[in-house]
Write a protein that binds this ligand. Structure first.
Ligand code: ADP
Ligand code: MG
Length: 317
């Protein structure tokens, strides 16, 4: 328990960087990176706060995993290859058990995506984790939210609503009948999978892209706003997982898949014909079309549909 700041850094966070581009890593006043002239640097940062973005009793490995995964999701949405991260940790105490778990989760993701920890900051305070990730993309090939055009098809990867359902189950301690769906939904919240390979594949196909962190309707609204266009969304086309279908009725599924956040799937637009060229490694579903209007219009069985407002039940917003 009596580890000092420098012991924590030395024991858990130093010596992980390798590879040609990190000229100087953890341990000096700053890191030094080699930067290639034929690439563009892409940066993103996300902060997660105990009690706001993760539950106070959350497993430390899950916290470490999620802290990096949500950052990598932003790079995925840009079509970038992740490469480095820096880590700012505010800790209430030097809890070695927590640090061990956190580092295990963090470096599990870092190893999978070959992300080097190049530096950071360690302070005493409420439990807050900030990660900045850096990566690269070819010149003029990054994805943005602003390129959608009338007539483009709207796609999502994977399934939606799982993470919100998983969070609801975690929050209220309510368990569905079967163990397996509960496990799946819970993990979709705790350990999101950044869609890096899909983001890379979209560089030559998508007109606009973003990751879904705040819920499909909210995030599609942001994409439309940035692209100065509207969207018609076929709510019954929105893909949901088998475990979600097995656990919740259709109304609740719609609510989770349209309004629930934290899935970290990619939302993107593309000419409908272009999509067959994609070998993405993730299931892709067409859910609507971009229009010349403004805002997101939902349809269910061909009729206008107004989703129930999220927020009055198990959503932890
Ligand atoms: P300074 O006093 O120069 O700001 P620090 O004492 O904060 O430096 O940090 C010493 C070194 O350890 C720096 O290289 C810094 O990047 C690194 N570092 C500090 N905290 C972390 C952390 N949580 N993860 C990775 N590297 C860290
Ligand atoms: Mg210094």
């Amino acid at each position: 328990m009596s580890l000092g700041e420098f012991d924590i850094i030395a024991k858990y966070f130093a010596g992980h960087a390798h590879g040609d581009e990190v000229l100087l890593g953890v341990g000096d006043d700053a890191a030094v990176l080699g930067v290639r002239a034929d690439r563009r640097l892409v940066l993103a940062m996300d902060t997660i706060v105990e009690g706001v973005h993760f539950l106070p009793d959350a497993d430390a490995a899950d916290v470490g995993y999620r802290a990096l995964a949500v950052n990598l999701s932003d790079l995925a949405a840009m079509g970038a290859v992740p490469s480095w991260m820096s880590l700012s940790l505010s800790l209430p105490r030097a809890d070695e058990r927590w640090l061990n778990g956190f580092a295990a989760g963090l470096f599990e993701v870092a190893g999978r995506y070959d992300v080097q920890l190049i530096g950071g900051d360690t302070v005493k305070g409420p439990l807050v984790i900030t990660i900045q990730v850096g990566g690269w993309v070819e010149p003029d090939r990054w994805l943005t939210r602003s390129g959608a055009r009338e007539g483009d098809a709207i796609f999502v990867s994977g399934t939606l609503g799982d993470a919100a359902a998983g969070l609801a189950l975690l929050t209220v301690g309510q368990r569905p009948m079967q163990e397996a769906p509960f496990e799946f939904l819970r993990n979709r919240f705790l350990r999101p999978e950044p869609r890096i390979a899909l983001g890379r594949a979209l560089r030559s196909v998508a007109t606009a892209a973003m990751d879904i962190s705040d819920g499909l309707l909210t995030d599609l609204g942001k994409l439309c706003e940035a692209s100065r266009c509207g969207a018609v969304l076929e709510v019954e086309a929105v893909p949901t997982s088998q475990p979600l279908q097995a656990t919740f009725d259709v109304d609740r599924r719609l609510q989770y898949s349209l309004c629930g956040g934290d899935d970290y799937e990619l939302l993107f637009t593309a000419p409908a014909s272009a999509i067959s060229a994609l070998k993405a490694g993730a299931a892709l579903t067409k859910i609507g079309v971009i229009t010349s209007g403004r805002g997101v219009e939902c349809r269910r069985s061909g009729q206008p549909f107004t989703p129930r407002q999220a927020g009055y039940d198990h959503f932890a917003h």
